[in-house]
Design a protein around this ligand. Sequence first.
Ligand code: G4P
Length: 191
Amino acid sequence: MKELEEKIKKDGRVLGADILKVDSFLNHQIDPVLMKKMGEEFYNEFKNQNVTKIITVESSGIAPAVMAGLSFNKPVVFARKHKSLTLKDDLYTADVYSFTKQTSNKISVSKNFLDSSDNVLIIDDFLANGQAVKGLADIAKDAGANIVGAGIVIEKSFQKGRSLVDEMGIKVLSLARIKEFKDGQVVFEED
Ligand code: G4P
């Protein structure tokens, strides 16, 4: 998505070897106009797949997922990372290992919001090591739901996630695919 790549080039900042800071438009301050267009891109790719539900994981996946949900006119469910007062029983859960933080997080979705009649589209902001997508796919499988694909805002193709998700047989649409960071600059796959 050209507009997203331009935005990353203009406002993104490379931190160290492998982190892209995009908090001015994606995961802290949010650009809703750009986010809405991202939702439309996901819709255009997956509109013929009978998507019944969008799933993501809190917190940064929620904004692009809601915009996708708006385009599909379907509900959005976000997996929670923390126990909630009202979310206790009847949960699907999965472990998500963070290589960055070297910790494992449990994510949960209420059984009320996902079942075997669902065709789910997974949405997330970053595809890095692929553990979040894997956890969401585990939850969808546990529910007996069909996984239509995964829509990612920014894929860092030089990390393990893309091949992991490909191996799982999940169709991926990444709106921006970063091949590498070179001298503090972002190089996209098609550059
Ligand atoms: P994975 O989700 O693909 O397995 O990747 P990883 O364990 O490496 O990522 C851990 C967290 O760091 C995730 O957010 C992920 O979105 C985020 N992340 C990964 N690479 C980048 C990057 O280059 N830039 C930024 N800004 N974030 C990155 P999280 O811990 O789930 O946080 P949040 O969704 O609550 O914000």
